[in-house]
Design a protein around this ligand. Sequence first.
Ligand SMILES: Cc1cc2nc3c(=O)[nH]c(=O)nc-3n(C[C@H](O)[C@H](O)[C@H](O)COP(=O)(O)O)c2cc1C
Length: 203
Amino acid sequence: MCSPHAGGVSDTLAGNFAAGLVDAGCPADCIALRDHPVIPCTGCAACARPPHACVFAPRDAAEWLFARFAEAPLVVLASPIFFYALPAHFKAWIDRGQRFWAALQGSQGPEPVSLPPRDKPVLALLAAGRPQGEELFSGALRTLRWFLPLLGAQLADSRCFRGLDRVEDVEKRPEDLKAMREWAHAWARRLPATQSRTGPQCP
Ligand SMILES: Cc1cc2nc3c(=O)[nH]c(=O)nc-3n(C[C@H](O)[C@H](O)[C@H](O)COP(=O)(O)O)c2cc1C
């Protein structure tokens, strides 16, 4: 849950998807990014040198969040659109992924960087207030497509919702909520049984 707004639209979408997983016997762990401090990258380039660590790592939750991401067999990122982009705190965490890029560059020398296998599926649930706008989600999706491969992941699918400004707007679209639950059921079936039965329950 990547919005600064607790209990808002994207939290509601995330909760609905998580409930769909749980219906299908697959535990879901919901993490609110806003509860975990992430210091924005300053571009100091310390991570360009071995051991490619971030100077802020001991002081915030960015590495803890990367570790949780790595553990999960499926990651769903639910976020609002703010000014045609991802919200600042979410982007701050993404920018901290620069250390992965720096490590790949450092290990591969002057050759073009080759990325690790993209084994982990990631889904995006994006919500925007405007009902129109051809490019409303383009920036956010492009950021995710470039960031996720650094974590050995890829954007496997997404659902982009327009015209959702308040939770009441979501409640007026039961067909979308139902379709999202069915989507969650389908993903639950694709997860290996050993993985889908481990991990903490969604609160
Ligand atoms: C700072 C800010 C910027 C926003 N920018 C846009 C925007 O560019 N386009 C849009 O359609 N909605 C925009 N919205 C509306 C949100 O995307 C919308 O209300 C969303 O449902 C909020 O989800 P949340 O409750 O999970 O935070 C913006 C809202 C805020 C607070």
